[in-house]
Design a protein around this ligand. Structure first.
Ligand code: FE2
Ligand code: FE2
Length: 277
């Protein structure tokens, strides 16, 4: 299933949000959530229905007896990054998830089952009530309050990542993680990679709201997106070093390649998105 999902995700991204095979013609989005237990970014395809500005997604899990992991993830962390095909191009944006309740949920599920009979079948197969989740796009609007809130959150995340990186560097210098076996170094490092990765994935979504709000920011955001892309490639390199063993020297060198320029990236991001903050 994991491998199947991965193939759908890759095809979706390669083809601007279109996939063939069993999902041919189905309205699909990719949802990236934060793992409820792992904390790592998790991406899953899901069928959606556009309801005004929001999207509705259905945690059917094809009628299986348990909710899909992405549903548990968004209950724990409601920030969901959506990738959707628009005119053959991929649009990534930040949303806030709210599960629908009661009559509103029932009506939207019933309408979905009318549009796509597979959903009627999914509900017949399981005794659980299949959740319907509304995804509300982040909009910066006219007021500065929302921009302030996003700014504060971004600065807080940068501070957390800096602190996490400092702890990781200390552990690497010592060759061990305090109170933990040597193997924990690799895990410690992977956790930092996951957090940095998730931070950038969420920012890629939030950038779309900034571009819509202030078109003058487009050149700065293009640079930031390109920097995220470079970091993502280096994160993949580091992950492959980690699977080959946990030698602190090699981990440290791969980590240096990621963090070289990271502080400048954080600073440029804060200064260009929030010049007055
Ligand atoms: Fe960034
Ligand atoms: Fe950032």
């Amino acid at each position: 299933m994991v491998e199947f999902n991965q193939r759908v995700i890759e095809e979706f991204r390669r083809n601007g949000g279109r996939v063939g095979g069993m999902f041919e013609g189905a309205p699909l989005v990719l949802l990236t959530t934060q793992g409820a237990r792992s904390g790592a970014p998790r991406t899953n395809p899901a069928v959606y229905f556009r309801d005004g500005a929001r999207l509705l997604v259905f945690a059917s899990n094809a009628g299986a007896p348990h909710h899909p992991a992405w549903y548990h993830n968004l209950l724990a962390y409601p920030q969901v990054t959506v990738e959707i095909g628009e005119d053959g191009r991929l649009r990534t944006y930040a949303t806030q998830a709210t599960p629908l309740e009661g009559a509103e949920r029932d009506r939207h599920y019933r309408e979905q089952a009318e549009r796509d009979p597979a959903f009627a079948e999914y509900q017949r197969k399981t005794t659980r009530v299949i959740p319907v989740v509304a995804l509300h796009p982040l909009a910066l609007g006219d007021g500065s309050a929302r921009v302030e809130a996003v700014s504060a959150q971004l600065r807080r995340h940068h501070a957390e990542l800096r602190a996490e990186l400092a702890r990781l560097r200390e552990a690497l210098a010592a060759g061990v993680v305090p109170d933990a076996p040597q193997r924990a170094l690799a895990e410690h490092c992977l956790t930092f990679c996951d957090h940095l990765d998730l931070h950038h994935i969420r920012e890629n979504g939030a950038f779309t709201a900034f571009e819509d709000h202030s078109p003058a920011l487009r050149p700065a955001i293009a640079r930031l997106r390109a920097e995220h892309h470079v970091v993502a490639e280096k994160l993949a390199e580091l992950r492959s070093v980690l699977t080959g063993g946990a030698d602190p020297g090699r981990i440290g060198a791969a980590l240096d390649r990621i963090t070289d320029g990271l502080e400048e990236h954080f600073a440029y991001e804060e200064a260009s998105l929030f010049p007055a903050a």
